[in-house]
Design a protein around this ligand. Sequence first.
Ligand SMILES: Nc1ncnc2c1ncn2[C@@H]1O[C@H](COP(=O)(O)OP(=O)(O)OP(=O)(O)O)[C@@H](O)[C@H]1O
Ligand SMILES: [Mg+2]
Length: 242
Amino acid sequence: MIELDAAEVTAWSPDPAGGPDRVVRLLGPVTLRLTERRVAVVGANGSGKSTLARLLNGLVLPSAGAVRVDGLDTAADGRAVRQRVGFVFTDPDAQIVMPTPLEDVALSLRRTVPDARERASRALDVLTRFGLAQRAHVSVHALSGGQRQLLALAAVLATEPAVLVCDEPTTLLDLRWRTHVDALLASLAQQVVVVTHDLEAAARAERVLVVDDGQVVADDAPGPALARYRELMGARAAEAVP
Ligand SMILES: Nc1ncnc2c1ncn2[C@@H]1O[C@H](COP(=O)(O)OP(=O)(O)OP(=O)(O)O)[C@@H](O)[C@H]1O
Ligand SMILES: [Mg+2]
C-alpha cells in the first residue's frame, strides 16, 4: 500500500522581482491511501503529476509530511523503497544505460542473479516476453522509440518490483506501440500507478487522481474524476480566450 500523509514538496525559486530566492510549494499537502491495482494520475502540464509520481519511489522526498510504501518510509528507508517501487520515465533514453538490450536488462538483474551466464539467459527470457528477443544484441540506438520504451519497461520489470510507477510511458509512442504498452501494463500482476495525458487509458484505471496547481483536486472512479478534469480544462481554455 502507498500512503501519503500530508506530504508536501517545496523548492527554492528565484524571485522575479530580484529579491532573495523564495520557497515555493510544488505539491501538497497530499494525504492518500492507494490500495487499488490500477491508479491513473491526470492533470495539466506543470500541475505536479511528475512530482507526485517521484514522491512514490523516493526520487523526490517530501519537504513535510511522509510517504510510505508497504510501511517503508521513502526518506528513512530510501534504498528498500526503490527496490520495491520500479519507476519508468517518459523518455526511455533517461534510463537505458548499456549498449545493447541484453546488457541493459542484465544490468537490472545484477543484484538478484550473481552468475553472469545465468543473468544473460534470464535477460533473454525477459526480452522474449517483451517481443525484443530478435533485437537483444543490436545497438540500443538502432531500436525504434517504441522498442526503446519497451526495453526501459522490461529492464525495470526484470527487477520484479512490487509496485510500478510510470510517468507518461506512452506519450512518445504511435498508436500501435501505445496499444502494445497499454496491454502490457494491463497484464501485470503488480500495483501500477500511471501518470498519463491519455484519457482513454486513464478511464481503464480503478481510481483516478486529478492534480491541479499542486493539489489533488479530484480522487474518484474514472467517470467522475475525468469529468472533473475535462470541466477544469474547459474552464482554463475559456479563460485563455481574450
Ligand atoms: N526542482 C524544482 N525546482 C523548482 N520548480 C520545480 C522543480 N521541479 C518541478 N518544478 C515545478 O513544479 C511544477 C510541477 O512540475 P511537474 O514536473 O510535477 O509537473 P507535471 O504535472 O508532471 O507536468 P507535465 O505534464 O508537463 O509533465 C512545474 O511548475 C515545475 O516547473
Ligand atoms: Mg510530468
